[in-house]
Design a protein around this ligand. Structure first.
Ligand code: CMP
Length: 140
């Protein structure tokens, strides 16, 4: 299976509870390698642009407010079939539906404060990585 890259965000509910390390350990234990990482406080414009695909959804404004409510950690993850592997480690969007042992089941607070974001396709992974990282910031 091919080694690929995906994009991850450790969300404000997780940074607020000092869970950056706990989340990263679950990603690493699941076979992913952090090849880029930075802690940022997103601007409203950045968050709206990042989630533009959800602009028409009823939860869009709340989602943007939440994502700028505190620092996040944006990461590039590398591993075999990284996008799907990361989604398996994260679990379902709604922690109530997530499998035991997944990040969202073990750590998330709600469907909004769900601790992590992960790309949902290889094409979106590339778009999302390029949104936050310059090529020279990624060191495999
Ligand atoms: P994420 O993977 O970051 O992509 C969009 C986010 O919207 C999602 O995770 C959820 O945290 C958030 N969200 C809030 N409410 C909903 C909802 N009703 N359905 C889906 N996603 C939601």
């Amino acid at each position: 299976m091919a080694v690929t890259r995906t994009f991850s965000i450790i969300k404000p509910d997780a940074t607020r509870r000092n869970l950056t390390g706990a989340v990263t350990k679950m990603l690493e234990d699941g076979g992913l390698r952090v090849v880029a990482s930075k802690r940022i406080h997103m601007t409203k414009d950045q968050a709206e642009g990042f989630y533009a695909v959800h602009r028409e959804r009823p939860f869009f404004n709340d989602l943007v407010s939440f994502m700028i409510s505190g620092p996040v950690v944006v990461q590039v993850l590398e591993g075999e079939n990284a996008m799907q592997r990361n989604r398996d480690i994260m679990g379902a969007t709604n922690p109530d539906n997530a499998e035991p042992g997944t990040i969202r089941k073990e750590l998330a607070e709600s469907i909004e404060a769900n601790s992590v974001h992960g790309s949902d396709s290889d094409d979106n992974a590339k778009i999302e990585i390029d949104y936050f990282f310059k090529p020279e910031e990624i060191v495999g």
